[in-house]
Design a protein around this ligand. Structure first.
Ligand code: PGA
Length: 304
């Protein structure tokens, strides 16, 4: 096969975007130039890589195989690029970090601190749910992932770097707000404002109640911690959230943490990458920064 890296790069963009025009825009090429590169690649392979159905293009079986190889080739080239930059002593490169919804509350602060030391690093941050994180790890997309519990079904190298206590929150004027050591069984009759199924926080709460033999009544579901805090404040039910989502609400006296027996629910935050992944020097530096310094940049309410 006489294929060139340029053909691979163009093919990769067309396959990812499933569109010749958008690929041409992304690569600053004309559309005929893009079609020509793909055609030459198809001639080298000896088989069509795309098929057109109506207005859409799809990868053929050979195209899918080529896409797997072209992504690995592009990733290896990026890796090589990072290594040579590091050998030159340059603190440059790209860093892509994906984090679970709740970790989004502190990840921006960590990245901001990190980028003070690595000003020339281009950072991309994706804040998404556990299922998307699992898929991204399978596809080997992000350099690093921050989440509340390593995912099932994908082999990863995970290290814990900070506690993640979950606390029960109530409106300030709630009847239980001044009481001490409220028994968990008391809440079997309460309805909670909860995160969506699949959220790490939601799973941990459910397991905690199951372990203590207390029924956990889920009321309204919400996919954001911000929405849960507002709902609790408005009196729609009690909530259980990570301490890392609370800061202003406690300072400004809009919410109260209830003193419940066996609380807080103790969890941990993990930073992880797919097993066997070769981290770029910048990704290694970010991981070391998180493991060594993360807690000092994260403000917590007193007592935590
Ligand atoms: P979340 O929490 O999914 O509830 O946002 C993070 C995690 O536990 O992974």
């Amino acid at each position: 096969m006489h294929l060139t890296l340029r053909q691979i790069e163009v093919f990769n963009a067309v396959a990812r975007l499933q569109n010749y025009t958008r690929a041409a825009e992304e690569l600053y090429l004309s559309q005929p130039a893009v079609s020509m590169q793909v055609k030459q690649l198809e001639e080298s392979v000896g088989m069509p890589l795309f098929e057109q159905v109506g207005k859409k293009i799809y990868l053929t079986a050979a195209g899918l195989e080529m896409y797997n190889y072209s992504r690995s080739i592009t990733q290896l080239l990026d890796e090589a690029d990072d290594v040579f930059e590091a050998l030159k002593g340059v603190r440059r490169g790209r860093l892509s970090v994906s984090v679970a919804t709740t970790a989004g509350h502190f990840a921006t602060r960590l990245l901001a601190e990190f980028s003070k030391q690595y000003a020339d690093v281009t950072i991309s941050l994706d804040i998404t749910n556990r299922e998307a994180l699992r898929r991204q790890l399978e596809e080997n997309e992000p350099d690093l992932v921050i989440m509340g519990q390593p995912p099932e079904g994908v082999e990863v190298d995970a290290e814990a770097f900070m506690g993640n206590p979950l606390v029960m929150i109530a409106p300030v004027d709630h009847a239980l707000s001044g009481q001490k050591r409220i028994p968990l069984s008391h809440f079997a009759l309460e309805s909670f404002v909860v995160r969506e199924t699949g959220s790490g926080t939601r799973g941990a709460i459910q397991r905690f109640f199951d372990r203590h033999g207390v029924v956990f009544h889920t009321g309204i579901e919400m996919s954001s911690n911000e929405a849960i805090k507002q709902a609790v404040e408005a009196g729609l039910g009690l909530g259980i959230v990570s301490i890392h989502t609370l800061e202003l609400e406690l300072e400004t006296g809009r919410l109260k943490i209830l003193d419940v027996e066996d609380f807080p629910i103790m969890r941990k935050w993990y930073i992880l990458q797919r097993k066997g992944k070769r981290l770029s020097p910048v990704a290694q530096a970010f991981k070391a920064f998180v493991l060594e310094q993360a807690p000092q940049f994260i403000r917590l309410p007193s007592g935590f």
